[in-house]
Design a protein around this ligand. Structure first.
Ligand SMILES: NC(=O)c1ccc[n+]([C@@H]2O[C@H](COP(=O)([O-])OP(=O)(O)OC[C@H]3O[C@@H](n4cnc5c(N)ncnc54)[C@H](O)[C@@H]3O)[C@@H](O)[C@H]2O)c1
Ligand SMILES: CC(C)=CCC/C(C)=C/C=C/C(C)=C/C=C/C(C)=C/C=C/C=C(C)/C=C/C=C(C)/C=C/C=C(\C)CCC=C(C)C
Length: 516
């Protein structure tokens, strides 16, 4: 979304908030992490108020409409909509508040276009994927199978048990007695990263680069810094529950959760920007909006990033030691330069897949504007664009620093130039893209900061050195009594299914704390 353009109006305008003096819980932000916390608590009978600064719910999983196109703001490759097991957390979150969403299965997770003619597709069918990858690295066939089979071990442990708060002793004891082997399996993998495990089985350097890319394209760090638990989820669930796109666009997930929240008695207020968390006698007791209005609750949950929570909502100079430590271990990932395009349908040859990753030189994988991501959701749900056209969302990592200190004219020119470069590079995969353009909206980390309130427009936290898997990622409670965090700056990190887990865990911990 252009930083200068007006957001589209929503039918869900501000609601009147019931005159309750103290809510059980206030949730700051209606990203998927915040909404799952809110719906879980409302379903248990808690009184919940969600305060969202924007005009619609969803945060990075929101949408906007322009000239007949419906664009996903950020998230587009959706895990968690499976029908079986326990890891289908988006399906479960909707069910908990008696709503549901129709989804369309995506037969291929990603079509990779990588250096050295490494062209391959990650098929929904596991064996087809292994076969296609092995055809590129015939000598490494056994290693490939052993590596991905080890990822399944992690997934099978997770998919055997209810997924709730790891900060709650009652749950941990119960789950350990019910599934001792699965728990021990997870304990083993929690401190591990993908790179070490991949190198046990794989020696070919180009194949190891491919594993780096398999991690980078969702964790924005290479295999050595990517936690094995998360890779177990991503590399297996794509073949188990699969990647499924919600009919009507990604924005529908948040809209449905809000519908469920309200049915369960919870409330949401839009255009309600929190400026401050109120702390009395060392305990979080409420929030103050930037317009001065105050709301109070027994528990406060922040779905904003940890940087926003502890540097903006609370005095930065009184940051708890645990948060300072976290900031030494994790840094902000880059944001994205995003092009939301409307494209003539004949640009895409028959058989084009929905998601693509493009990289011309391995050296550039982690660089700003190195790896290119493409999502074309109209290949699954054609109703998101006018007839004869496609929605084409392409994005590439980009740092806030590169977009600061520019005059409005310089900013617009830089965006145009960057968009031109991206389109030119994509012409090799989609010839005729430039000529087929019908609509273009360019977003930068500044747009993400403005519309999503994410500090520096970041995609989320990344380890700033090799850490011990997921061990360094905080759960939901914070050093301030009564204050919890949820979303991608809590365990287990980025990803809609990951933040949904964070929401389940946060709501469970609060429900126990409040005696629900
Ligand atoms: N950021 C991206 O570009 C991007 C792209 C793809 C996927 N994703 C995914 O999106 C997910 C993020 O989910 P999440 O739940 O952690 O958070 P989120 O960033 O999606 O949602 C946070 C919400 O809090 C609101 N908010 C922030 N500050 C506020 C304030 N002061 N007052 C009121 N509301 C405020 C924001 O408007 C937003 O709706 C991650 O899984 C990530 O992987 C993000
Ligand atoms: C008791 C005892 C002894 C012990 C205990 C142990 C235990 C129980 C443990 C447990 C653990 C757990 C539960 C864990 C959990 C985890 C989880 C849930 C995880 C999840 C994850 C997920 C993820 C990571 C996801 C992700 C995704 C993503 C990020 C995506 C993205 C995408 C994008 C960016 C796009 C791309 C592309 C294109 C467009 C092409």
């Amino acid at each position: 979304m252009t930083a200068g353009s007006q957001p589209c109006p929503s039918s869900n305008q501000s609601h009147t908030i019931s005159n309750q003096s103290v809510f059980d819980t206030i949730v700051i932000g209606s990203g998927i992490g915040g909404l799952v916390t809110a719906t879980q608590l409302a379903a248990k009978g808690a009184s919940v108020l969600v305060l969202e600064s924007y005009i619609i719910p969803g945060g990075s999983s929101g949408y906007f409409e322009r000239e007949g196109y419906r664009f996903d703001v950020g998230a587009s490759m959706i895990f968690g909509f499976g029908t079986e097991g326990t890891t289908n957390l988006l399906t479960r979150a909707l069910e908990a508040v008696n709503v549901s969403l129709e989804t369309i299965p995506d037969p291929v997770q990603i079509h990779y276009h990588l250096p050295g003619d490494l062209e391959l597709k990650v098929h929904r069918e596991y064996e087809n994927f292994l076969q296609e990858l092995t055809a590129h690295f015939p000598e490494q066939g056994q290693g490939i199978r052993k590596f991905y089979d080890e990822c399944w071990k992690v997934f099978n442990c997770l998919n055997a048990m209810d997924l709730l708060s790891l900060e709650e002793l009652g749950y941990l004891t119960r789950v350990f007695f019910q599934h001792p082997l699965a728990c021990l399996g997870l304990v083993k993998y929690l401190p591990q990263n993908v790179g070490d495990i991949a190198r046990k089985y794989i020696s070919d350097l180009k194949l190891l680069k491919f594993i780096d890319m398999e991690c980078y394209c969702w964790s924005v760090v290479p295999a050595d810094k990517t936690p094995m638990i998360n890779a177990g989820m991503v590399f297996s669930d794509r073949h188990y529950g699969g990647i499924n796109y919600p009919v009507g666009g990604v924005g529908k997930i948040a809209q449905k959760l809000v519908e469920g929240l309200e049915k369960a008695g919870g409330q949401i207020l839009y255009k309600a920007r929190v400026g401050k968390i109120l702390v009395e006698k060392g305990k979080a007791v409420g929030v103050q909006l930037v317009n001065g209005k105050e709301y109070r609750a027994k528990r406060i949950v922040s779905n904003a990033t940890r940087w926003d929570t502890f540097e903006k909502f609370l005095p930065a100079d009184q940051m708890p030691a645990a948060e300072r430590k976290w900031q030494q271990r994790y840094q902000k990932s880059p944001g994205f330069l995003s092009l939301h395009l409307g494209v003539k349908a004949d640009v895409l040859p028959p058989g084009t897949e929905c998601h693509h990753i493009v990289l011309e030189d391995w050296e550039n994988m982690e660089d700003a504007e190195g790896t290119i991501f493409v999502s074309i959701p109209t290949l699954l749900d054609p109703n998101l664009a006018p007839e004869g056209y496609h929605v084409f969302h392409t994005f590439t990592p980009s740092w806030m620093e590169d977009w600061q200190g520019l005059s409005p004219r310089q900013y617009e020119n830089k965006k145009e130039e960057a968009a031109g470069c991206l389109i030119e590079r994509l012409e090799t995969i989609f010839p005729g893209l430039d000529a087929g353009l019908d609509y273009m909206e360019v977003g930068t980390p500044r747009s993400h900061r403005r519309f999503l309130n994410r500090m520096d427009g970041t995609y989320g936290p990344i380890p700033n050195r090799k850490l011990m898997g997921l061990l360094g990622m905080p759960f939901n409670r914070t050093a301030i009594p009564g204050l919890y965090c949820v979303g991608d700056s809590t365990f287990p990190g980025q990803g809609l299914n990951a933040v949904a887990f964070s929401g389940f865990a946060c709501a469970h911990r609060i429900a126990v704390d409040l005696g629900f």
